[in-house]
Design a protein around this ligand. Structure first.
Ligand SMILES: O=C(O)CCC(=O)C(=O)O
Ligand SMILES: [Fe+2]
Length: 288
């Protein structure tokens, strides 16, 4: 399908010259993002999107809202909903919290849409890569989980969890009037330490280590969600819905999500998921 939008229709290049990586403005934006990411695995790029881009993407999301897969379940931070007798009762693996939000899946979009142009833009990906100080990043190859919109309708929340992909980028499109806040605990675990005690402390409601973001429509958030426990707080019944575009990237190319989690998030799997289960590409041994 023909592309209607160019990346500079969507991102204000006067403010963020993604096409001029040697410019002072580009380098100062990258330096700022790097500092934020080094400090706590999360960076907010304020007003990256033009207001018109926010309006266009909001409409793209609203038009596809009926495709949202809502799966109201109680889940642990690893997206499991069934008790595991190998672990104690009072343990993150056996602590289940409501997740009532939903995703519009990756196969709802097409290349004519602004949301897709943004996700697949090499210029934006380069900026994210430079901010993360990494060699290369790749659009998450999962056909459902790569490009999604996270939907929190009034009354809904997204429970504490870890992501399976190394990095995620969120473009806030429609913020809630109240609530619907992104909260996280920077780098609470690492590949050598599951940090179950620290995680349980947060799940028990102790929030000294919790940070809260003030994301506004048009802001971009770069987040290392594999190691930082995070959630979106409940959107009150009185608020308008919260819509965020979620761009998932991986350090390695060709990563596809697990069958079980894909079913839970999207209610179905595609042949690519079954195939990937057989030939798994993973970069760590964390429980999920
Ligand atoms: O909507 C957000 O801000 C983040 C959602 C999230 O954590 C996720 O999709 O894994
Ligand atoms: Fe997440």
């Amino acid at each position: 399908m023909a592309r209607q939008y160019r990346i500079d229709d969507l991102v204000d290049f006067a403010k963020y010259p993604l096409d001029q990586p040697n410019s002072v403005a580009y380098n100062s934006a990258v330096a700022d993002a790097r500092t934020q990411l080094q400090d706590d695995g999360c960076a907010v790029i304020k007003n990256l999107l033009r207001p018109t881009a926010v309006r266009i993407i909001s409409q793209e999301i609203v038009e596809r809202k009926s495709k949202t897969h809502f799966s109201t379940t109680k889940m642990n931070p690893y997206f499991h909903s069934v008790k595991n007798p190998d672990y104690p009762e009072h343990h993150p693996v056996n602590t289940f919290i409501e997740r009532s939000s939903g995703f519009i899946p990756g196969d709802s979009w097409n290349s004519s849409l602004a949301i897709d142009v943004l996700f697949r833009s090499d210029l934006l990906t380069n900026f994210i890569r430079d901010s993360l100080e990494t060699e290369a990043i790749h659009c998450y190859a999962d056909p459902l989980a790569g490009l999604t919109a996270n939907i929190l309708d009034p009354g809904q929340q997204f429970a504490w969890h870890f992501d399976t992909n190394e990095f995620a980028v969120t473009a806030m499109i429609d913020e809630a009037d109240d609530g619907g806040l992104f909260q996280y605990v920077p780098m609470i675990r690492n590949p050598d330490d599951e940090a179950f005690e620290k995680i349980q402390h947060v799940l028990d409601g102790n929030h000294e280590t919790v940070k809260t973001l003030e994301l506004r429509a048009g802001d971009l958030q770069i987040f290392r969600g594999r190691h930082s426990l995070h959630r979106v707080t409940r959107v009150p019944e009185t608020s308008k819905p919260r819509h965020a575009a979620i761009f998932a990237y991986t350090a390695e190319p060709g990563v596809i999500g697990r069958v079980e989690r894909t079913k839970q998030l999207f209610g179905r799997v595609l042949p690519a998921h079954e195939e990937a289960e057989r030939q798994r590409v993973r970069t760590d041994q964390l429980i999920d």
